[in-house]
Design a protein around this ligand. Structure first.
Ligand SMILES: Nc1ncnc2c1ncn2[C@@H]1O[C@H](COP(=O)(O)OP(=O)(O)OP(=O)(O)O)[C@@H](O)[C@H]1O
Length: 338
């Protein structure tokens, strides 16, 4: 039986625009998350992808309860987070943990690694000193950190070691769900795979559910059961990993796929899509399909019709008027050249 751990129902988040480079006040509202509906089932890993500014981190903050949505509901184990009692909220905050992109910025520079990991435990539990000490040792072993690092300060550790500390802190309270917000994008290429393997191993060992955020499809491919593509605050495609990588039906996902460097088998080629320019401003999104201004396959209707996220296969949905054509095309996917 599958258990729905987390559900987002038509969730929206809006911000006042930050002032421009020259300090001028901007008007309007930034629609960072614009009507997202998403279920996360216990034990699965959901890869959430999209370019910078599409709303991934805003969604992460809503999921972990760091921010409240302006409308819509966040449900944790079937309960609306907004209506939870104090005790329920405390259990929710223990059950959902965030792993940040920049581990250095998320740690107190004046605390040793041991103190930083212990802080995560002591925030929610009061335990005898020896128990906390033992639990920190256990967590350090779990994330493959040498005990010799326990008395070091963050500036004495490498990026990869600090991200392991961030993961240990997140695991300290035995969470059900880890939200990993670009956990390897600030790391050297050489240590990325180690951290991804670690997360994969921990997921199996502890039966974790993971929402894994990345700006490209390369990083999430080997981690995820399901892929969700976001554009301008909206989900434009979601589906099982194989369906999205093999027969994606949204031109934006095709563009992201074609940007993934691949070693092609002999005789194969890819018709790549190059995304021109930046996404439009979320203060003033275009009418119709949000992607039509950059789409390689848009038709006139796309400028006026907002495409609904529509089921096109088992668990596979896409918000595109041309989903069937995109799905049956080869754009962005390797194929044997004739
Ligand atoms: N606190 C805030 N105040 C004003 N605007 C914000 C705030 N947080 C995010 N935004 C804006 O909301 C939009 C979505 O930002 P968000 O950080 O969620 O995107 P993202 O996909 O995570 O991007 P990145 O990968 O660069 O972090 C962007 O236009 C961003 O500038």
């Amino acid at each position: 039986m599958t258990t729905r751990l987390l559900a987002l129902e038509d969730v929206k988040q809006a911000y006042k625009p930050k002032s421009s480079t020259f300090g001028a006040r901007r008007t309007g509202t930034v629609r960072a998350v614009d009507g997202v509906t998403l279920d996360v089932t216990a034990g699965e890993t959901v890869g959430l992808v999209g370019e910078s500014g599409c709303g991934k981190s805003s969604l992460a903050k809503l999921i972990v309860g760091l921010e409240q949505p302006v409308s819509g509901r966040v449900l944790w184990k079937g309960r609306d987070v907004a209506g939870m009692s104090r005790a329920e909220k405390s259990a929710f905050h223990r059950g959902v943990q965030l792993i940040f992109q920049d581990p250095f910025a998320s740690l107190n520079p004046r605390r040793t690694i041991r103190e930083s990991i212990a802080e995560g435990i002591l925030t929610h539990k009061s335990l005898p000193r020896q128990r906390v000490h033992d639990r920190v040792d256990e967590l350090m072993a779990d994330v493959g950190l040498d005990p010799a690092h326990a008395d070091k300060y963050p500036h004495e550790c490498s990026g990869g070691q600090l991200q392991r500390v961030g993961i240990a802190r997140a695991l300290a309270l035995g969470p059900d769900l880890l939200v990993c917000d670009e956990p390897v994008s600030a790391l050297d290429i050489s240590v990325r795979a180690q951290v991804l393997n670690l997360l994969n191993g921990l997921r199996q060992k502890h039966g974790l559910t993971i929402v894994f955020i990345a700006h490209d499809l390369d990083v999430v491919q080997h981690m995820s059961d399901r892929i969700v593509t976001m554009y301008l605050g909206k989900i434009v495609e979601e589906g099982p990993c194989d369906a999205v990588y093999g027969t994606s039906a949204h031109p934006y996902t095709r563009a992201l796929l074609s940007a993934v460097p691949k070693r092609l088998p002999p005789g194969h080629r890819i018709d790549r899509v190059v995304l021109e320019g930046d996404p439009p401003s979320p203060i003033d999104p275009p009418p119709g399909c949000p992607f039509h201004t950059r789409c390689y396959t848009a038709v006139p209707d796309c400028a006026s019709t907002v495409p609904a996220l529509t089921e096109i296969g088992a668990g596979h949905r896409a918000a595109c008027l041309r989903a069937d054509d995109v799905r049956s095309s080869q754009v962005g996917l390797p194929y044997r050249a004739s």
